[in-house]
Design a protein around this ligand. Structure first.
Ligand SMILES: [Zn+2]
Length: 623
């Protein structure tokens, strides 16, 4: 064995290999770092783990290409290099107009940097796998390998070329939204859309031309070896094995670095979306049917009683951390408007409010319904009764206006609950500065005109990436705001707009609370697997109109006295129903802050669905 390995080693890693390795790695690293420099400026998140993974992948990739050049020659390697370049170009071209595509709220990080890592890691590992099959197919007499080589060659190239062609001719890339649009269409509409708006004919010509050119390249670059060059076969076989060995560590690290779990190739995610979507739709329909059936039973036996008619508005914030809000004692004036409301005593600000979970969907599930962490009724949607359905029963006009997207996958249980509203609106990816759009929508549709109404405003708020939560031309009064502080300042402006709108329409009660916070000070987002309490430290304030105070002075007094009590936002349900004067069996008076028997305190307050205890520190509180 030993005697054959050394000469083989020298023969494989020859001068040709070294030259190819140096030039390929120089070019790849140059391209990678050029984009890296651009991304880190726009989205200053450096993830060392994923960065290193990309560096290793680039080295492995250069190594594989150099081996292929050595074994097959430059001409036969060009298609493989071309494929890698094409995959990377495809990602950039297709996603160039999407503002944000990475793992959304799944991981603590996201944005451009992740997309960069994603693009390089997945494109290069995918093409390296093709390369291994490609090399093997030249040295083994396997019909299957030859077939696989041609099959993958046409599949990969045509896929990338079609995606690029689609973007060029239609001006719109393919992402999860596009897949939903395709699923929701019928044949006639699809035909019209494809050939009309999408320039489908051009795309078909493009695909046809691509096939022809690919066929020419295959003829030129793929002719099988003649029998006499036996040693080249051996080289190709060895090169394939070396490539596999070089690739393996990258793939293993990719698995441990969560590259596959959280950041599968973007294209793959889009392609997989129809399956997720139909599963989710099924789940939604099942949820909704279950929910409605059980709800009828519950509501039929309810002892309805009276309520306070009037206009109620609930504003739900997003990823807002109260420790960064001026009105909660943050040294910078990030919330001039809310601070003024507080100073002028027009709102009741709750000092120790926490979220009941750190994921939007899970929070809202309890927030909107009779379920909570303290009554032991579990967390199944079928066992829940939502505020919206109760309000409908009492003949309020109900509205759900959301600055967030109706992505079925992320929001199915919320959608199932919001579906009961008389009026529903969701923003979509194309809506710029969704919270401005939300304010406009409420105004245009005169939602606050109804004398008896309950309006939910679900803001896009301070969602990561924070830079995208306010318009780029927004002018800030203080120059030294961080990106997150700017997003809070902008959110303050949105609240001011909503408050003005509420004033103009004589709204009786306006309640503002965030779904959860982001652990901004430790740069961790809101991932329940890495829970820190900062993720749950949210603002809550309640505005009561003069009319309301005059009509219900005892409620106003109780609420004021309760502002120092510990509160978790799964109890918004009880708080809101009591403010609306609904005295029915859904309200548990011991969970309404300010009531005589209020039983939530530092000892038993919980978050993450009862998993975590809440610890109250008085050092950085408002008072
Ligand atoms: Zn959220």
């Amino acid at each position: 064995m030993k005697t054959t390995i050394l000469p083989l080693f020298n023969r494989v890693f020859s001068k040709t290999f070294r030259k190819a390795f140096l030039s390929v790695s120089a070019v790849s690293f140059l391209l990678f770092f050029l984009d890296f420099g651009r991304c880190i400026r726009l989205d200053p998140v450096f993830e060392s783990k994923h960065f290193l993974l990309c560096v290793f992948t680039l080295i492995g990739w250069s190594f594989c290409i150099a081996l292929s050049v050595r074994a097959l020659g430059m001409r036969k390697t060009v298609p493989v290099i071309g494929l890698a370049v094409l995959f990377i170009v495809m990602d950039y071209v297709n996603y160039s107009d999407f503002r944000f595509v990475a793992g959304e709220s799944d991981g603590p990080q996201g944005g451009r940097m992740m997309n960069l890592y994603c693009t390089y890691f997945h494109s290069l590992t995918t093409v390296s796998i093709f390369l291994i099959i490609y090399l093997l197919s030249f040295c083994c007499r396997s019909r299957f390998l030859t077939f696989l080589r041609y099959f993958l060659y046409y599949l990969f190239f045509l896929f990338a070329l079609t995606v690029i062609g689609n973007k060029v001719f239609s001006g719109r890339g393919i992402n999860e939204d596009a897949m939903i649009a395709i699923l929701q269409t019928d044949r006639k509409e699809a035909f019209h859309y494809f050939f009309g708006l999408n320039n489908g004919l051009l795309l078909l010509v493009w695909i046809f031309l691509s096939v022809f050119v690919l066929w020419l390249i295959a003829r030129f670059a793929f002719p099988p070896f003649r029998k006499r060059v036996g040693y080249r076969k051996m080289l190709a076989k060895n090169a394939a094995l070396w490539c596999a060995a070089a690739l393996l560590p990258c793939v293993v690290m990719g698995i441990f670095g969560s590259m596959y779990r959280f950041f599968p190739p973007r294209m793959y995610r889009a392609m997989r979306y129809p399956i997720l979507y139909s599963l989710d739709l099924k789940e939604f329909n099942r949820n909704r049917a279950d929910y409605i059936r059980k709800l009828q039973e519950r509501l039929s036996s309810i002892n309805k009683g009276e309520c306070f008619p009037g206009k109620y508005v609930v504003v739900i914030g997003e990823s807002l951390n109260r420790n960064f809000m001026g009105c909660y004692g943050y040294p910078k004036n990030t919330t001039p408007f809310q601070s003024r409301l507080k100073d002028e005593d027009r709102i009741i600000l709750f000092r120790d409010c926490f979220s009941c979970h750190v994921q939007t969907q899970r929070v809202l599930m309890l927030f909107l319904t009779s379920l909570n962490q303290y009554n032991g009724k579990g967390y199944e949607i079928a066992d829940a009764t939502s505020i919206i359905d109760i309000a409908n029963l009492y003949q309020y006009h109900t509205a759900w206006v959301s600055g967030q997207e109706k992505i079925a996958v992320a929001n199915s249980s919320i959608s199932a609950l919001a579906e009961s509203s008389d009026y529903i609106y969701f923003s979509n990816e194309k809506t710029p500065y969704r919270d401005l759009d939300v304010v406009k929508n409420i105004e245009e549709n005169k939602l606050l005109d109804y004398d008896r109404s309950l309006t939910f405003v679900h803001l896009n708020g301070n969602h990561y990436p924070y830079r995208l939560s306010f318009p780029p031309d927004e002018v800030f009064d203080e120059q030294d705001f961080s990106i997150y502080e700017k997003s809070i300042r902008f959110n303050d402006r949105i609240l001011s707009n909503l408050y003005d709108l509420a004033q103009a329409n004589d709204v009786d009660v306006m309640l503002y609370v965030s779904d959860h916070a982001d652990a901004v000070s430790v740069k961790m987002g809101h991932d329940p697997r890495q829970y820190v309490q900062e993720m749950a430290e949210i603002p809550l304030w309640v505005y009561l109109s003069d009319n309301y105070r005059a009509a219900h002075p005892e409620i106003a007094d109780r609420l004021r006295a309760a502002s120092g009590q510990v509160f978790t936002n799964d109890l918004v349900f009880d708080l809101l129903l009591s403010l609306m004067g609904m005295d029915n069996e859904f309200v548990d008076p011991t969970l309404v802050p300010g009531s005589d028997g209020y039983r939530i305190d530092e000892e038993n307050a919980r978050t993450v669905y009862g998993r975590e205890r809440i610890v109250i520190s008085r050092q950085n509180g408002a008072e």
